[in-house]
Design a protein around this ligand. Structure first.
Ligand SMILES: [Zn+2]
Length: 271
């Protein structure tokens, strides 16, 4: 009797256990389905923003589509300058555009419509595309020690503006420039001698009250660098009738600026 009673209790417990297990499985299965359905819905709802977040980063500007010929033609020289200023501001504040460079390569493969030509020093700290936060196909970049001018660079600028439609010529010098110091110190070395000779007139252009006039004086070095930018701007106007006419007609603009190697900031000269 006791044994039978025990069997009955045991059987009842087993039946109860099976029922609980079935209910548990039912709930679990439904939960799985619910979670799966909910997850899919959430994924569908937020897929575009997730993609945006992955490619651009929170709060950062999206990768801009490639500039078309029509967009380049519609751009004014003032807008081109504003884009360089905005790009440098993005660079300085550490919020550059998040780019998909392989996509930019593909988007520009059939043609390029850059908005500016930038002449700057070969200094490793002053890469034009980096400090102005520009991508593939955005700017023509001419680089030579001391951002001096020669006929080939002048020809390149004429191509960039007259043939290819760029709206801005920017001559960008920089602080603490080795080429400027070399010109001040009258360095003689192979082909460098001739290059530094082009900077010499800028040394004389700095007012006599800036002393001492040596490469050890950062203020003097930077004033010579700025005078050199102004000298090159003048030479562009004087030596290229093609560019001078385009500037005078307002089709392009010629600007100068100084890049600060300690801050990353570009200071454009008042026009
Ligand atoms: Zn330099």
């Amino acid at each position: 009797m006791n044994m039978n009673t025990n069997k009955t209790v045991s059987s009842t417990r087993r039946t109860g256990c099976h029922c609980a297990l079935r209910v548990f499985k039912l709930v679990t299965n439904n939960l799985n389905r619910l979670l799966l359905t909910g997850g899919l819905l959430l994924a569908l709802l937020f897929a575009p923003s997730c993609q945006t977040s992955n490619s651009a980063g929170a709060g950062q500007a999206m990768f801009p589509p490639a500039r078309t010929k029509e967009q380049q033609a519609a751009m004014t020289p003032q807008q081109a300058l504003a884009e360089l200023e905005a790009g440098n501001a993005r660079f300085v504040t550490g919020r550059p555009r998040v780019r998909n460079l392989p996509a930019e390569v593909r988007a520009t493969a059939s043609g390029q419509y850059p908005f500016a030509v930038i002449l700057s020093c070969i200094d490793s700290r002053q890469s034009a595309e980096v400090v102005f936060d520009q991508g593939i196909g955005d700017v023509f970049s001419a680089r030579v020690a001391g951002n001096v001018l020669n006929n080939d660079i002048l020809g390149s600028m004429e191509f960039a503006c007259r043939i290819s439609g760029a709206k801005l010529i920017a001559v960008i010098g920089h602080s603490n420039c080795g080429a400027i110091k070399g010109a001040i110190d009258d360095v003689q070395l192979g082909h460098l001698t001739g290059l530094l000779k082009k900077i010499k007139p800028a040394i004389d252009a700095v007012p006599a009250d800036v002393q001492p006039r040596t490469s050890k004086n950062p203020e003097f070095v930077d004033k010579v660098a700025e005078a050199n930018v102004r000298l090159v701007m003048r030479q562009i106007r004087e030596r290229s009738p093609i560019l001078r006419q385009m500037i005078d007609e307002g089709k392009i603009e010629l600007v100068g600026g100084m890049y600060d190697v300690s801050t990353g900031n570009v200071r454009f000269f008042p026009n």
